[in-house]
Design a protein around this ligand. Structure first.
Ligand code: ADP
Ligand code: MG
Length: 238
């Protein structure tokens, strides 16, 4: 299970309301892509879902349970960042296992989970390296592996491929699509790459200035955007 629902979620920084009342359901197993201009609130929404940012008002629910006040580590949610956010002083193995270690998971169980994720991502030869000894693409695979180790119900990806070159972006995108099938988890994925959105998404959410502008299946948005703003993101020739 892994159904996420947001009801009337808002976020205010100081006096500025940056998320202005978002209602959204992401169904169990769905691959949901967020698109929208820089500054529209995509990262803030993900960070609230992950618990890295407080929700100003509204409800965040996972499988019906309100999780607004739950610590990030206790949420069955894992986030992958554009900048990888790995600990530089830790090996790949320890970076991947850290989340479970912090939860007090027995060592043997951590080792098994880390090995399983390493196999899924072909990371075995890199397990003793530190982040500085790897390429950007390898670091991002480690960050994805770290998320998998936690066996979350929901994965959040915030522009995970933006720092990679074109060829690596394609390869990593295909890998993420494969993981979505194999893990049978719910995923929310932020991108400004139209090809990523069209190829990965079951559902695309177009955000504009802290509000949902339109939600739909990729081809429905492509063929029938509500307005020129949506068409600008999904690229239907008008
Ligand atoms: P996106 O990811 O879509 O580019 P963000 O969620 O990063 O957008 O930001 C949405 C808005 O909230 C922007 O106007 C940004 O400047 C503002 N914002 C984000 N984080 C903070 C913060 N910690 N303090 C103040 N303003 C913030
Ligand atoms: Mg962002």
């Amino acid at each position: 299970m892994g159904t996420l629902s947001l009801s009337n979620v808002t976020k205010t920084f100081g006096k500025v309301e940056v998320i202005k009342g978002v209602d959204l359901t992401v169904d169990d197993g769905e691959f949901c892509v967020f698109v929208g201009p820089s500054g529209c609130g995509k990262s803030t929404l993900l960070r609230m879902i992950a618990g890295l940012e407080d929700v100003t008002s509204g409800d965040v629910r996972l499988d019906g349970d309100r999780i607004n006040d739950l610590a990030p580590a206790k949420r069955e949610i894992a986030m992958v960042f554009q900048t990888y956010a790995l600990y530089p002083h830790l090996s790949v193995r320890d970076n991947m296992g850290l989340g479970l270690k912090q939860l007090g998971t027995p060592k043997a169980q951590i080792t098994a989970a880390v090995e399983k994720a390493a196999t899924m991502l072909a990371l075995e030869p890199l397990m003793d390296r530190r982040p500085s000894e790897m390429s950007g693409g390898q670091r991002q695979r480690v960050a994805i592996g770290r998320a998998i180790v936690r066996t979350p119900k929901l994965f959040l990806f915030d522009e995970p491929l933006s720092n990679l070159d074109a060829a690596l972006r394609v390869a990593t995108r295909i890998e993420i699509a494969r993981l979505h099938r194999e893990l049978d988890a719910t995923m929310i994925y932020v991108t400004h790459d139209q090809v990523e959105a069209m190829t990965l998404a079951d559902k695309i959410v177009v955000l504009r200035a802290g509000l949902v502008e339109q939600v739909g299946r990729p081809m429905d948005l492509y063929n029938d955007p509500d307005n020129t703003f949506v068409a600008g993101f999904i690229g239907s020739p008008q």
